[in-house]
Design a protein around this ligand. Sequence first.
Ligand code: NAD
Length: 338
Amino acid sequence: MARTVVTGHAGFIGFHLAQRLLNQGNVVLGIDGMTDYYDPQLKRDRLAQLRRTENFTHEERMLEHRDEIVALILRFQPDAIVHLAAQAGVRYSLENPAAYIESNVLGTFTVLEAARQAKPKHLLMASTSSVYGGNQKVPFAETDRTDAPISLYAATKKAGEDLAHSYSSLHQLPTTAFRFFTVYGPWGRPDMALFKFVDAIQHGRAIDVYGNGEMRRDFTYIDDLVDGIVGLLDRPPALGRPVSQLDSLSAVAPFRSVNIGGGNPVGLMDFIAAIEDSLGQKARANLLPMQTGDMVETYAEPALLEALIGRAPRTPLSQGVREFVNWYNNYCAGFREE
Ligand SMILES: NC(=O)c1ccc[n+]([C@@H]2O[C@H](COP(=O)([O-])OP(=O)(O)OC[C@H]3O[C@@H](n4cnc5c(N)ncnc54)[C@H](O)[C@@H]3O)[C@@H](O)[C@H]2O)c1
């Protein structure tokens, strides 16, 4: 039974991870500021699910309150910290850049200070495929350059990776930075394409399809993503011990970045077709140009993940979309726990 801090546990990914850890009999301290970037009712409803489980503590706090958060984590004495709390979303970083600096840079600094003092066996933190920025070469490999961010969101996540690398080097803190690729599934985020498209089609509205539908993405089903995080929890990086030639392990710190993506890009129009199949309804699409900061094609080289945990995401898109639509229909039919 391990003791794990999960930041951002009321968020989409943190909720699923906390649920898995609790179901496996672990003790979880969740820290989440319950921000209103999207409807906090969805966060409260996720939380109500977690509260059904023993061994779970919820702390509603912003990570920027450094002294409080560090004290909280020190008292808990974690074996591991999984840092998922962040201001997410590429497009919103044009509208509210300060939220990204505060949550992703200052918030991550707090987590690093807590880790330096609490000395968990492993610190894991969420980064993003967006750090590959303007790179032309696909699939994206962890050893590719990540010094050309094209959104402030990406720049703040990359800053988080770099801050963590310095702490890992200075304090011998085993650290894994995951780079997630478009995660989707039940309890998903209302600002992401799947939720928005299903909601619009169900209500007879047209959907806005950016990049004229030519974007391609590695869509990662939430259960596969959680398998990846849980698999990596027990694989803290060790200095001088790479697992393969493709390992991104730092030469000077027990630090590596790992893609969690399946390496099977799907075009946006095929994604929409999967939604139409699931709903049994056709979408009306407004084809629009690319939005500033968006990338045309992102997909993962999954070889490092496979070398570390023996598998990569594999749920077929049609199945994952069906699971989302089932959840959406139940949830929006008035399911509220609080
Ligand atoms: N969902 C994806 O496709 C995706 C892709 C790449 C990376 N990521 C990363 O994965 C992580 C989780 O994303 P998600 O999709 O679950 O997002 P989410 O917005 O659903 O969850 C993030 C949670 O963090 C909390 N939070 C935000 N700022 C905070 C702060 N300063 N202090 C305390 N709590 C704060 C929010 O209240 C929210 O509940 C993020 O780090 C995100 O950048 C997600």
